[in-house]
Design a protein around this ligand. Structure first.
Ligand code: HEC
Length: 162
């Protein structure tokens, strides 16, 4: 009797473990990637026109970066790069690795927030980026040259008048 009860308990535990594994897989999805990209604020800078559209994502521009506005700091003028391309030139494991290792990008890129994204969510983000289709073109590289586009000066800050 005791042995049978123990066997039953074991098979219940195995069933729980299996269903846990199955729901673990469902956590990685294109929908979850979209969710992470929105609450992570990635579209704010990496999707042109997103802010102006009040958070409506233009599917032709989603995550293709923004070459229309530069971000100037003492370290140069940076443009939010095309993250579709970033994903396209990597496989999923490479993407997860490079996102988890991201460090010291130019301002205002919050690289430290990307490092806080959990592995499953990075996998979802990758699948979302790949699902967007056409990888598009790269944006200009950061440089110290005078920008040819409008730009926002983030550093040094404008000081209050005395
Ligand atoms: C406030 C604007 C802003 C936000 C918000 C933002 N980024 Fe960026 N991101 C940038 C800029 C500008 C750069 C370019 C930095 C540089 O040239 O060093 C960049 C660079 C990157 C890079 C490096 C790409 C490369 O080729 O090395 C990755 C990856 C990236 N961002 C991912 C993300 C993700 C994921 C999110 C959301 C969690 C996000 N960014 C949110 C502005 C932003």
């Amino acid at each position: 009797m005791a042995a049978r009860a123990a066997r039953n308990t074991l098979s219940v535990l195995a069933a729980i473990a299996l269903s846990g594994a199955a729901s673990g897989q469902e956590k990685v999805s294109v929908e979850q990637g979209l969710y992470i990209s929105v609450i992570g604020g990635c579209h704010d800078c990496h999707t042109q026109g997103y802010r102006e559209a009040g958070g409506k994502i233009d599917p032709t521009k989603a995550m293709k970066g923004d070459a229309s506005i530069g971000w100037q700091s003492r370290l140069g003028v940076a443009y939010a790069p095309n993250l579709r391309l970033f994903a396209f030139i990597r496989d999923e494991d490479g993407f997860v690795q490079d996102m988890a290792d991201l460090h010291e990008t130019l301002p205002p890129m919050p690289w430290y927030n990307v490092r806080a994204i959990k592995e499953d969510d990075l996998r979802s983000l990758y699948r979302y980026l790949i699902s967007l289709g056409d990888a598009g073109k790269p944006v200009p590289l950061a440089s110290h040259e005078e920008p040819k586009t409008p730009y926002i000066t983030i550093d040094p800050p404008t000081m209050p008048k005395k």
